[in-house]
Design a protein around this ligand. Structure first.
Ligand code: ATP
Ligand code: MG
Length: 279
């Protein structure tokens, strides 16, 4: 019988970010397996320690936060205004996104009380601001927010219950050019984030109908874009064309680092800037 890693060993190697190929090693006997495991654990722990030292001595800020500030600065340079809106979202705002009882996202919403939930997305707040800012500023209105969003997820390698969304939206005379603008903006943001291997894919979304997804070379969805005029617009008092994209920053960080688990890059007490702490 082939001797492979025990479940605990496999888990530990994953935690320490071992190369995926190592998971499939086969051993002649358990002694050689244990020896190899001890060697590997030591090497990997040393790498994690080195990463923590460079965090302390060099960049002093996890990649997630580096991305947050570099992309925010980049968006401001593109003329987008950064906004900050409440994490607590009213039931009414969610309903206005047509996220009502039958909607798949409904089961993922964390309710704080009868009337309020933790926002599962930034779009409702941005939609809300667009109308006032359109009135006050005229066109174009270009805004973005970067901040926490919350969804009950069944904890795969690419979903967190709390993650960081970057959502930008641009309302302007874009009639007939929305698709093109969306693709340009997606490409420019990927360049600013330093991700080269990706593709754009048309998809069908429960909230927005047709969307354009940004998919990493690994197949992972990094962002979802949509544009209007759109059925939802009238309930938010929006009449002009717009384009918008929401990205998950932890997924961008994971892609840049080549990690296999998103938990490394998110808010955590077990990992700091991708390094495991129980080493
Ligand atoms: P998926 O299909 O991968 O579950 P989604 O289509 O539900 O994602 P959107 O609602 O389009 O996600 O959200 C926009 C972006 O936010 C996604 O492309 C992804 O990068 C990020 N995102 C969504 N849910 C999560 C999550 N639970 N954890 C981390 N990032 C997320
Ligand atoms: Mg999506």
């Amino acid at each position: 019988m082939d001797i492979t890693w025990t479940a605990t060993q496999k888990q530990r190697l994953g935690e320490l970010n071992a190369d995926e190929a190592l998971a499939d090693l086969v051993f002649a006997d358990t002694v050689s397996r244990e020896t190899r495991f001890r060697e590997l654990e030591k090497e990997l722990a040393a790498q994690n320690r080195r990463d923590l030292v460079s965090l302390k001595e060099e960049h002093r800020r996890p990649l997630l936060l580096q991305l947050e500030s570099s992309l925010a600065q980049w968006l401001r340079e593109q003329g987008f205004v950064q906004v900050v809106t409440p994490l607590l979202l009213s039931r009414g705002m969610l309903n206005k996104m047509t996220i009502t009882a039958e909607h798949p996202l409904t089961r993922q919403v964390f309710w704080v009380d009868e009337a309020r939930c933790l926002r599962p997305m930034l779009a409702p707040n941005l939609y809300y601001l667009l109308r006032d800012l359109r009135r006050l500023w005229g066109k174009p209105v270009k805004i973005f927010e970067i901040g926490p969003c919350f969804r009950k997820e069944s904890q795969g390698a690419y979903h967190l219950n709390e993650f960081t969304m970057l959502n930008f939206v641009e309302l302007d005379d874009l009639e007939g050019r929305q698709d093109e603008r969306l693709r340009e903006r997606a490409a420019a943001l990927m360049k600013a984030a330093g991700i080269e291997d990706y593709r754009l894919e048309k998809d069908e979304c429960h909230v927005y109908g047709d969307t354009i997804d940004i998919i990493a070379g690994s197949g992972l969805e990094l962002g979802s874009g949509a544009y209007g005029p759109h059925d939802l617009d009238h309930s938010w008092g929006i009449v002009d064309p717009w384009v918008g994209i929401g990205f998950g920053l932890e997924r961008l960080a994971l892609t840049l680092k080549g990690y296999k688990n998103i938990r490394r890059t998110g808010r955590s007490l077990s990992y700091l800037d991708g390094a495991r702490l129980n080493i």
